[in-house]
Structures are given as structure tokens and as C-alpha cells.
Design a protein around this ligand. Structure first.
Ligand code: AMP
Ligand code: ZN
Length: 114
């Protein structure tokens, strides 16, 4: 999508601090981190949010979680703990309408959910 900031990051039209990339997945540091480790993991193809995931995306979404596991280890939070957040829609205050998973850690995290 032309006016999607994350598609622009995928296309390298907008710079980002990439920490992982393969054919279908990109991970980069969040521009406004809420913790010492705050990485955003996205599918390269434009999926709006969890509501738009289909059966065709099963492998892709599964791979994203393998990447998350590897990144948690690489960023040094696998043993200390981390949180995965995927905001979907307005009540969740999703700001970027391109499916993404926040990997957050590196400190004791506060309020759990909601
Ligand atoms: P959400 O509220 O779940 O939609 O989160 C969107 C996230 O994308 C926020 O944490 C933003 O800080 C982050 N973000 C927005 N623009 C960029 C960018 N250009 N590079 C890195 N992260 C970004
Ligand atoms: Zn997009």
C-alpha cells in the first residue's frame, strides 16, 4: 500500500533499524520504544490486522513466531522475559494499519493487559 508507513519501511523508502529480514518478514526497532528492547515484527505483505489474516497466511504467521523467538534470544530477553503485543483495531489503539507484533522486554514490565 502506497501510503502505509510500514510498507514504505519494507520498500526501504523510509529508513529503519532493521534487526531481521527474510523474503516475507521484516523486524525493526520501534521508533518510540517503551522498553530497552522494543522491536516491531511485520509480514512484508500488507495485512491490515489480525482480522485480515487468512488460511493462506498460516505458514507466514507461524514463521513470525519463530522469528520472535530468535529475536528474543538475540536481544537478550529470552530468559528474563518479554511480551508480545498485537493491537488490532480502534479499541486497542492500533495506530499503524499494517499487521505487526511488538516484542517488548529488557525491564520488568508494568500493567499486564488492559
Ligand atoms: P500500534 O499502536 O500497535 O499500531 O503501534 C505502532 C508502532 O509503530 C508504534 O509503537 C510506533 O512507535 C511505531 N512506529 C511508527 N512509525 C515508525 C517508524 N517509522 N519506524 C519504527 N517504528 C515506527
Ligand atoms: Zn502496509
Amino acid at each position: 500500500m502506497t501510503d502505509c508507513i510500514f510498507c514504505k519501511i519494507v520498500a526501504k523508502e523510509v529508513p529503519s533499524q532493521i534487526v531481521y529480514e527474510d523474503d516475507g518478514i521484516l523486524a525493526f526497532k520501534d521508533i518510540n520504544p517503551v522498553a530497552p528492547v522494543h522491536v516491531v515484527i511485520i509480514p512484508k505483505k500488507h495485512i491490515l490486522n489480525i482480522n485480515d489474516i487468512t488460511e493462506q497466511d498460516v505458514k507466514l504467521i507461524g514463521k513470525i513466531f519463530v522469528v520472535i523467538k530468535e529475536l528474543a534470544a538475540k536481544m537478550g530477553v529470552a530468559n528474563t522475559g518479554f511480551r508480545i503485543v498485537a493491537n488490532s483495531g480502534s479499541d486497542a489503539r492500533q495506530e499503524v494499519d499494517h499487521l505487526h507484533f511488538h516484542l517488548i522486554g529488557g525491564k520488568e514490565l508494568g500493567n499486564k493487559i488492559g
